[in-house]
Design a binder for this molecule. Structure first.
Ligand code: MEV
Length: 324
């Protein structure tokens, strides 16, 4: 095969962020905004990348120089490392022309790096005729993320690869797609601030090192409520799901990752009739989510808008990485 186009979805964390870095479970859903990666084999031993969404034009890198040097632009870092890891793992090499296009802004915290990593690796496996299982794809993608970020549970890659809604334990120890879970009645509000996940993970680590028993206790409670939430959401019990979101939010607040802006959006959503609301992801910015029903949804969206949040319309449970 000479060319292929692959896409992978963005994600939203539903329950269990931060605790999932410490061997606990989380619930994550794929959203119907996708990252597209078009790839073509080229005869020259060069990787050429166009990624206008992140300001990358005419980027060129010799295959033999992949992974070398320190000032690789942010917009191609994951792509380049994914290619290098794939070539190293499967002892292959090829020149490539690559174009990426994202349906979502990398500002929102929807996981553009993990989506581009998953799509790139899937594209290479198709182009170079090396069949990978989902778990093999996950392992190589997770290695890529850890190479570059040093920290992270890999939950976002599970959403990008499996799609749907997934029950996930640190590093892919358990990956259970929740096939019976329907679309979730969620409202998503962007706080207007971009969060730096590794910084927040390290901030929680510092709290953990100072208060290990206390923070272990918080993680245990998050773990318990995540398991309860899995049942509640599969059964369509959104009232209970909302209550569990509020509990999860309280525990995230105690970890110190809430912000005034997120809190304002969360309270606005609750006051407008949401079943419950919480921040989604690392905290420190990015998005909050609220569980609603048909009747309360418009009021919750208005309330988030009034509190200067940006309502992002997405559907949950989108398909995982696929060939277009
Ligand atoms: C970030 O979106 C979620 C965290 O749990 C980090 C991770 O799981 O990689 C804070």
């Amino acid at each position: 095969m000479k060319e292929v186009e692959v896409s992978a979805p963005g994600k939203l964390m539903l329950f269990g962020e931060h605790a999932v870095v410490y061997n606990r479970p989380c619930l994550v859903t794929a959203v119907d905004q996708r990252m597209m990666v078009a790839m073509e084999i080229s005869a020259r031993q060069v990787i050429e990348i166009e990624a206008p969404g992140v300001g990358i034009r005419n980027y060129r890198r010799k295959v033999k120089d992949l992974g070398k040097g320190t000032n690789i632009p942010k917009g191609v870092r994951f792509l380049e490392r994914a290619i290098k890891n794939f070539f190293d793992q499967y002892q292959v090499e090829s020149g490539l022309k690559i174009k990426t296009k994202s349906e979502f802004s990398s500002q929102f915290g929807f996981g553009s790096s993990s989506a581009v990593t998953a799509a790139t690796l899937e594209g290479l496996s198709i182009l170079l005729g090396i069949n990978l299982s989902k778990k093999e794809l996950f392992n190589l993608a997770y290695k890529t993320v850890l190479d570059l970020q040093g920290v992270g549970s890999g939950f976002d890659l599970a959403a990008a690869i499996w799609g749907g809604t997934v029950y996930f334990v640190t590093g892919g120890k358990r990956i259970i797609p929740l096939k019976k879970m329907g679309k979730l009645p969620l409202v998503i509000g962007y706080s207007g601030v971009k969060a730096e996940t590794p910084t927040l993970v390290r901030q929680v680590e510092s709290l953990y090192l100072r208060y290990p028993r206390l923070v272990e206790g918080i993680f245990d409670h998050i773990s318990l409520l995540t398991r309860e939430a899995k049942k509640a959401l599969v059964e369509g019990n959104f009232k209970k799901g909302g209550e569990l979101m509020n509990l999860n939010q309280g525990l995230l607040e105690s970890l110190g990752v809430n912000t005034k802006k997120l809190a304002a959006l969360i309270f606005a959503a609750r006051e407008a009739g949401a079943y419950g609301a919480k921040l989604s992801g690392a905290g420190g910015g990015d998005c909050m989510i609220a569980l609603v029903n048909k009747e309360t949804k418009p009021a919750v969206e208005r309330a988030i808008g009034k509190s200067k949040g940006l309502v992002i319309k997405v559907q949950t449970g989108a398909e995982g990485v696929r060939r277009e």
